[in-house]
Design a protein around this ligand. Structure first.
Ligand code: CDP
Ligand code: MG
Length: 696
């Protein structure tokens, strides 16, 4: 590989060194389908096992314990079990462990249930949005997303049923994790018996400790200090490890999907057996890489039989997830092509080679234009090290970085930016308001968001009628929107549909917008997919098209064959039905009248506008290439090729979300009338420049 690859100049070094290699953990063979006693043996081989007593002692004596340990050392699966064994779940109390990602919640919960030899959903359960697999009174260890825990705070502000809350993967600094950390710090002051564990794979323990340090002491009548020690304890779990040799490309790579494929083939041709883990950015490029690699392998006819090529991203059906975790059959080599979900949240056994594209999909937000994007952006050095680390679990491994060493050293940022500082804060603000936190700017954030983003969020919520002039939640609309706990724009759309008499339709649309896509992608037949779409396409746009798909699915008797024939993702449709049921129950609880508007799609579009007026765009006059501008912020955007309105280009549209690749594309688009925008949000469009034709 010497023509293409240049080994890192520096010798592999330990984790806390600046560049180069990383210290890695020793392997533990996958235990799937092993008996109980060998599972117990395997548990004892994990690095955290040596720290069991120390962890339990620290948790007993400290309000907050910060635990740092390499991915795979056993933090997520073992610590909740230790706590349970030590009695923290006695008396009906529950041990919670949060994860930023839904897929990780499911995967670790089922692993822990297996280790404990219990049925998932009983002693060990999990809750993610739209899915609750717990049994009140029985569940002792509960895995959940940090977002779900925040939602639970609305009914139980002190989270009183939990004895210990482990905020896992804290280094990811998702918005929900950050809000949660801020709120937990407050709760601690009211509940001295509550214990927090903050766990993470990378070292930012000191700043985290400083954040929790300032908690007030609990004092008794005489001013004596009560309860556990309030200064956080820090524990670092050391792992035995294998070195990972880093290779860099010699010059910049222009097409990283292509580069990934060539690198995988090179490894497969020239390197000894061992699985390959590839980091790409999202479903689109992962599907493209899987397709290309499959084709290349078929064309070359080389030792191709040995390759098992698997994609990994959130939203992957259960059955496919299981293939990822299944041990690789003898004589075969697994290639898992993943988003950064495999960076720290999930451990894949048997990986010896890592191919790192150097990119991930990240949220980015510009408060001035109010545009939030998912953009493909360079990762940080911290991420790059984590990714490399995945190669060293079974034996010394190799990591192929698709960027130059100079780039790594001189240009890559040391750490990522917390999501809080690069996101639209609408959902975040409404959650805090609903929890009675009125002074949002004064809230104790682990990383304060920008004041512009805050102001922008307050403005949108005000226009949605969720906040009043005093920036308090309106009643009932504000509380209802908070209760629905979806993106406030979707919640507002649902509330408006009640008045407009189309709640049945809008709830279907909301359910479809909650999943990734109803269409099957990656089957490699774009033309057939486009033709299938045409069978459902509605002139009004994608949202009404979804209604047609849903109707067709019901009429087919929810048939998998019908889905296959029409390039519709059967699993996704099943999920839509499930989510729809949940939304229906929530709607009913809020007193929303369930009613169908039958064929009147005008009211459906009006309801969508009532929620999404802030995402309105106008086709540029004389634009022959479909260039739109957002009404607020005047940003250049285009209709995404996957939309049924692609090339149709109605004059006024609203979109559900934006994606950035070479251009900014609107996804899920519906045509609207400009007058509806002012009707829906007079305040929001009040300050438009007079040159804007909307005002005339
Ligand atoms: O949280 P952390 O990264 O420290 O480790 P963990 O997720 O608790 O994983 C500990 C061990 O359990 C690893 O060796 C994994 O291989 C194994 N495990 C597994 O085999 N299957 C899972 N679904 C999860 C973990
Ligand atoms: Mg973990």
């Amino acid at each position: 590989m010497s023509q293409f690859w240049k080994p890192g100049a520096e010798k592999p070094r330990l984790l806390d060194d600046e560049e180069g290699g990383v210290l890695f953990l020793a392997a533990s063979a996958s235990s799937s389908r092993l008996g109980h006693s060998s599972i117990q043996k395997q548990r004892q081989r994990l690095p955290v096992y040596k720290y069991r007593t120390a962890i339990l002692y620290l948790v007993e004596t400290h309000a907050t314990t910060i635990i740092v340990g390499e991915t795979g050392s056993g933090k997520t699966t073992q610590i909740p079990q230790y706590l349970k064994e030590a009695g923290w779940a006695d008396g009906g109390r529950v041990i919670a462990c949060t994860q930023p990602r839904r897929l990780a919640v499911q995967a670790v919960a089922s692993r822990v249930a297996e280790e404990m030899g219990v049925k998932l959903g009983e002693e060990v359960g999990y809750t993610i949005r739209f899915e609750n697999l717990t049994n009140t009174g029985v569940t002792m260890i509960k895995f959940l997303t940090d977002g779900v825990l925040l939602k639970e705070m609305m009914d139980d502000p002190l989270l009183s049923k939990y004895s210990v809350i482990m905020v896992d993967e804290a280094h990811e600094r998702s918005i929900s994790t950050d809000i949660l950390l801020g709120l937990l710090k407050k709760i601690q002051q009211r509940r001295p018996e509550l214990r927090l564990i903050i766990s993470s794979a990378t070292i930012e323990a000191k700043s985290m400790a400083a954040f929790f340090q300032t908690s007030k002491k609990h004092r008794g009548m005489e001013g004596e200090v009560l309860g556990p020690r309030i200064e956080p304890a820090i524990l670092s779990v050391e792992g035995r490890g294998f070195n990972v040799q880093i290779h860099y490309v010699e010059g910049p790579v222009s097409n990283y999907v292509q580069a990934v494929v060539s690198t995988v083939l090179l490894i497969h041709d020239r390197e000894p057996m061992g699985d390959i883990l590839v980091f790409l950015t999202g479903q689109d490029d992962i599907d493209a890489a899987v397709k290309l690699l499959t084709e290349e392998v078929q064309n070359c006819g080389r030792n191709s039989l040995g390759l098992i090529i698997l994609p990994l991203y959130s939203g992957l059906p259960r059955a496919e997830q299981e293939l990822i975790f299944a041990p690789t059959p003898r004589g075969k080599r697994k290639v898992v092509i993943s988003t950064n979900i495999a960076e720290t949240s999930l451990t894949l056994e048997g990986v010896v080679y890592v191919v790192d594209s150097g990119f991930s999909k990240q949220r980015s937000y510009n408060p001035l234009s109010d545009i939030e994007n998912l953009v493909v952006a360079p990762i940080s050095k911290a991420s790059a090290r984590q990714r490399a680390g995945r190669a060293g679990r079974v034996r010394p491994g190799k990591c192929y970085r698709l960027y130059t060493e100079e780039y790594f050293i001189n240009e890559m940022s040391a750490e990522g930016i917390p999501e809080m500082q690069r996101s639209n804060l609408v959902s975040c603000v409404i959650q805090l308001k609903a929890l009675g936190i009125d002074n949002i700017l004064g809230f104790d954030w682990p990383a304060p968001p920008s004041p512009e983003a805050m102001v922008r969020a307050l403005e949108v919520l005000y226009s949605l009628g969720v906040l009043d002039d005093d920036a308090k939640l309106t009643s009932p609309a504000g509380f209802q929107v908070a209760e629905i706990a979806l993106d406030p724009m979707i919640s507002k759309m649902i509330l408006s549909s009640s008045e407009l008499g189309c709640s049945e339709e809008i709830i279907t649309i909301a359910a479809v917008l909650s999943i990734q896509s109803v269409w099957v992608s990656g089957r490699g037949a774009q033309k057939e997919l486009d033709e299938a779409k045409l069978r459902f396409a509605a002139a009004e746009g994608d949202h009404v098209t979804f209604l047609n798909v849903y109707k067709g699915f019901l009429q087919s008797g929810k048939s998998p064959q019908w889905c296959h024939k029409n390039y519709i993702n059967y699993q996704a449709m099943k999920k839509v039905i499930e989510i729809r049921e949940q939304l229906k129950r929530t709607a009913q609880r809020l007193g929303i009248v369930l009613k169908s508007c039958e064929t009147d799609m005008l009211v459906v579009r009006k309801a969508i506008t009532a929620g999404f007026f802030a995402n309105a765009c106008r086709l540029e006059a004389f634009s022959h290439n479909g260039k739109y501008r957002t009404i607020r912020g005047s940003q250049e955007v285009y209709i995404h090729p996957s939309s049924v309105l692609f090339r149709v280009n109605p004059k006024w549209v609203i979109y559900h979300s934006l994606v950035s690749t070479d251009r900014r594309y609107m996804r899920n688009v519906t045509s609207v009338e400009p007058s509806w925008l002012r009707e829906a949000a007079p305040h929001y469009y009040k300050h438009q420049p007079p040159s804007n034709p909307m005002l005339h």
